[in-house]
Structure formats: structure tokens, C-alpha cells
Design a protein around this ligand. Sequence first.
Ligand SMILES: [Fe+2]
Length: 287
Amino acid sequence: MADFDLRPVSPALGAEVVGLDLSRPLDPRTVEALSAALGEHLVLAFRGQRLGDADLVRFSGAFGRLDKAPITEHGRLNAPGFEEVYVISNVVEDGRPIGALGDRESAWHADMAYLDEPPFASSLYALEVPDEGGDTGFVSTLASYDALPEGLRRRVEGLSLKHDATTNSGGYLRQGFEVPTDLRSSPGSVHPLVDVHPSGRKALRLGRRLHAYIPGLERVESEALLDEIWRHAVRPDLTWHHRWRVGDLVMWDNRWTMHRRDPFPADQRRRMHRTQIGARHTLESVQ
Ligand SMILES: [Fe+2]
């Protein structure tokens, strides 16, 4: 018997986990039950938590090895003393941004889809939130595939996609990268456009729209086909948006979902701490 309740938050995906205090170590059976819940619902929301960075690292580290904070438009931004904790914030202190992604919209994406082995999952914890805006949306890439009309499903079969490594989800160029001029040779990995879930269902592996390219097609053909796919893939009725409160932790499966963020007023503070659980095979060591 799991020591928590699950309450689905939308017809599309996502569940709220009720009854757990994540500031206390979880027993292995609970971690296993949460892993199963994540596999089923793809996004888990935990409300009303009071977590320090050490708690966030311990909780998310129970699901696999944690990656270091990524390189952002301002370089590597991690919480002091925790190189795995990535700060996402519009707050500027002493003239320096304390986090990444500013206040503008963040486009649909899967985290680090441009790597050969993208991360398994991410956890995002809210420390300060604006009065309005800044909601995070999610979509299941299995539902995205199912939403394609039959003819489009046939066209995407067997295609691959070049994922761009230069630009982050806020549309900002990562420090040390240049705007790509030739998408065939710019930094980033190529993956099959259609992926197969362990259940046998198919999923779209789109990564993000900006600078994506379908190898083998002329650039203009690739752009047209990607635009057509994206129109179906993130249809509003397939999505769920989380309205943040301080103390919320949201964990998502990064392999079978994409996410985005609404913009929010520049004069309001938003401060989130995120951890990222490495590629799936690292789970083998976790019991
Ligand atoms: Fe992200």
C-alpha cells in the first residue's frame, strides 16, 4: 500500500500527490510507488512543501543520478553550495541575474532533447511566484502523436529530427554558442521523430521548434512539415497548465512530455529551484 493518494489534475495528464512531506527521507517502497505514478501520469505535483536545497537534492536523487545545472544565457547558475540545483529566476541582485530564463514565455520543449541521452526527469520547486502568469504547461508526447491525422502519421514514420543545442527554452543563446547558420552541421543530436513507449504506443519526439530540422529534407520542406506537426502536437485540449503556489514541487517525466511557461510581469519576482535526473539507464542503480 502506498502511503500517499493520487488525484488526477486534468483529463490530459498529471496527478497531485497528497500525503507526503518531502522534507523527510522517503522509504524505498514510496520511491518505487512514485516512480510508477510518474510513469502512469507523467507529471506529479506536490503542494505545500517546505524544502531546502538539500531536501530537493535528496528527494530527486532518490530517482537517479542528478545532473549538474545546465549552461544558460548567463553561464552556469546553480544555488550556492549545490551544483545540481539550477536557479530559474528573473531576479537581479547587485546587477547580476541570480537565475535563468527571465520573465518571458518559454516555448514548448523537452529538457536537453539535443543530447544523445536526454535526462529522465526534472523536479521544479517554487520559492517565490508572481501574482499572475508564469504557469507551466505540460503535454504528453504520446497524446501528441495520437493527435496527428492519419496522413501525417504516415509522413512522419521513419523520419528523424535534428535537435538544436545552441538556444534554451527562453529563446536565449546559451553562453559559448553561436546562432546556427546551417542546421545540418550546427551542434545537437539527431533522434527518431517517432519514438516507441515501453507500452508499445508511439510518441512524437519534437524537442523544441526553434532551429529544429528534419534531415533529408530541404530546409523549407522541413519547416513546413514541422509547423504542420506542431499545430496538432500541442493542441490546447491535450495540455495541462500548473498554476504555481509557493511550496509546490512539480516533477515531470522528460522522455514522454514537453513543457512550456507563460510570461509574467517583469516587476514581479519568480524564483524556482530545479534538479534534473540523468538518463534512464542510471535508474538501474536505484532500488
Ligand atoms: Fe524546461
